[in-house]
Ligand binder design. Structure first.
Ligand code: HSE
Length: 429
C-alpha cells in the first residue's frame, strides 16, 4: 500500500458537506483499505466560518476557497456548494492544479458539462458527479460503466423528491397543490423558494445529464423541454383515478424510433397504477432504464438529503482516489454519437384531454372531427352529461406532440367547447 496520503479539499459544508466530513473522518481506515492509500481531509472552504458545525474539525475551516483549490498538494477537490459561480471557476482552477474533482452540482454540469469534461481531460484528471443526479441512487456509474456495452433507448424517472412528495400528498389526501406544498415546506422537503423543484428546473438539469450519458451525446439544460407541476389540480387526480392512473412529474429521455435523434423532457404525466413508478411514494426517486440487451432496469432510493447524497460523493471520492493511486483516469465524456436533440413537437406521446362541452346533438362528432383533421387517433371517449352541459374525456393514441397541441388549440375555438378542463400526457404504458 502506498503510504503518502491522498489529500482531499472540500468546498462547502452544508448538509451534504458536513456528512462528507463525518464519513471521511470516522471511516478513515475503511476508506484507506478500499483506496489502497491513506486519505486525508486537508481543508474545508465555507462562506460563514462562525457557524456551528458539529463534528467538523475547526482547524480545517477556511474562507479562502481559491487558495485551497490552488494548493498543489491537493489530489481531490469535492465541490458541494452548488450554483454556477464560484463553483465553475473553482473547479477549473482545481483541474489546472492537477486535482480531480467530485461534484454534486447538477445545474453546472447540465450547463457546462462539455467544457468541464474537456478541461479535466486536458489536465489528465477526473470529473465525477454521481451525487448530481438522484442523491444516493447509482445512475451515472451504471449508465457510464455497467451499461457501456449496451444500447440505452429510454430513461424514464422521478428525479425530484420534493415534487413527488407534493404529488403523492395530492393523490392520497385529495389536497390541492398549495396545501400539499405547505406541508412539504413545513416538513423541510420544499425550500423557502420552491421554484427550482416545482417548475421542473432541478429535474430538467438531471434529465440533461442522464440523456447525455445514456445516448453518448451532448444534451444541455436548454435542450430539455420543461413544464412544472404547479398547474396540476385535484380534478386532474380525480380524472387520473377514473383511468386507473396517478400523476407524477417525470423526466423522460428517449432515442427516436429511427435512432437519429434524442429528446429530453420534464412534465407532469398520468401513469397507470400498475407501472412501478406509480408506487414511488413520498420524497423517494426512481428511474427506469430501458436498454436493448439488458431490458428494463429500475433504480430506486432516496434522491436527496445530506447522508444519501454524501454516500454518492464518497463513492466518487474512492473511485477518483483509486485512479490517482493507479496513475490513471476513469471514463471521461462520451459524446461521440453527436445525436441532435429534437424539439418537444416531435415527441410521440398520448394525451388525456378533459373538455366541458354543450350536451346537444353533433358535439361529439364535431370534437372527433377536430382530432381527425389533425391526424390524431382517439383511443377512448367518456362522456357524462349534467344540465345541458357534458364533461367529455378523450384519450388519444400515440401522436406527435405538435399535432396534439394543435388539436387542443382547435378544440378551444369550437363554440360548443365551453372550456378545456385538463390536458395531460399519458406515459408508461
Ligand atoms: N431538491 C431536490 C429534490 C434534491 O427535491 O429532489 C436536490 O436535487
Amino acid at each position: 500500500m502506498r503510504t503518502r496520503p491522498l489529500k482531499v479539499a472540500l468546498l462547502g459544508c452544508g448538509v451534504v458537506g458536513s456528512e462528507v466530513t463525518r464519513i471521511m473522518t470516522t471511516h478513515t481506515d475503511d476508506l484507506t483499505q478500499r483506496i489502497g492509500a491513506p486519505v486525508e481531509l486537508v481543508g474545508i472552504a465555507v462562506r460563514r466560518p462562525d457557524r456551528v458545525r458539529e463534528g467538523v474539525p475547526a482547524e480545517l475551516i477556511t474562507t479562502d476557497a481559491t487558495a485551497l483549490v490552488k494548493r498543489d498538494d491537493v489530489d481531490v477537490v469535492v465541490e458541494v456548494i452548488g450554483g454556477i459561480e464560484p463553483a465553475r471557476s473553482l473547479i477549473t482552477t482545481a483541474f489546472e492544479h492537477g486535482a480531480s474533482v467530485v461534484s454534486a452540482n447538477k445545474a453546472l454540469l447540465a450547463q457546462d458539462g462539455a467544457a468541464l469534461h474537456a478541461a479535466a481531460e486536458q489536465h489528465g484528471v477526473d470529473l465525477y458527479y454521481e451525487a448530481a443526479v438522484a442523491g444516493a441512487i447509482p445512475l451515472v456509474r451504471p449508465l457510464r460503466e455497467s451499461l457501456a456495452g449496451d444500447k440505452v433507448n429510454r430513461v424514464l424517472g422521478i428525479v425530484n423528491g420534493t415534487t413527488n412528495f407534493i404529488l403523492d400528498k395530492m393523490d392520497s389526501s385529495g389536497a390541492g397543490y398549495s396545501e400539499a406544498l405547505d406541508e412539504a415546506t413545513a416538513l423541510g422537503y420544499a425550500e423557502a423558494d420552491p421554484t427550482a423543484d416545482v417548475e421542473g428546473f432541478d429535474a430538467a438539469a438531471k434529465a440533461a445529464i442522464l440523456a447525455g450519458i445514456a445516448f453518448h451525446t451532448r444534451v444541455r439544460l436548454d435542450d430539455v423541454y420543461r413544464e412544472g407541476m404547479t398547474e396540476v389540480t385535484a380534478a386532474d387526480f380525480a380524472s387520473a383515478k377514473q383511468m386507473g392512473c396517478t400523476i407524477k412529474l417525470l423526466a423522460i429521455c428517449e432515442r427516436a424510433a429511427d435512432g437519429r435523434s434524442v429528446t429530453a423532457r420534464v412534465h407532469p404525466a398520468m401513469i397507470p397504477l400498475t407501472h412501478p413508478l406509480a408506487s414511488v411514494r413520498g420524497a423517494y426517486n426512481a428511474v427506469f432504464i430501458e436498454a436493448e440487451a439488458a431490458g428494463q432496469l429500475m433504480f430506486y432510493g432516496p434522491g436527496a438529503g445530506g447522508a444519501p447524497t454524501a454516500s454518492a460523493v464518497l463513492g466518487d471520492i474512492v473511485a477518483v482516489c483509486r485512479n490517482k493511486v493507479a496513475e490513471a483516469t476513469g471514463p471521461g465524456e462520451s459524446a461521440y454519437t453527436r445525436l441532435p436533440v429534437s424539439t418537444m413537437g416531435e415527441v410521440v406521446t398520448r394525451y388525456h384531454i378533459s373538455l366541458d362541452v354543450a350536451d346537444k346533438p353533433g358535439v361529439l362528432a364535431q370534437v372527433a372531427t377536430v382530432f381527425a383533421e389533425h391526424g390524431v387517433s382517439i383511443d377512448t371517449v367518456r362522456q357524462q352529461g349534467k344540465d345541458g352541459e357534458a364533461s367529455l374525456v378523450v384519450v388519444t393514441h400515440r401522436a406527435a406532440d405538435a399535432a396534439l397541441s394543435a388539436t387542443v388549440e382547435a378544440l378551444r375555438k369550437l363554440d360548443t367547447v365551453r372550456g378545456v378542463a385538463s390536458i395531460m400526457r399519458v406515459e408508461g404504458e
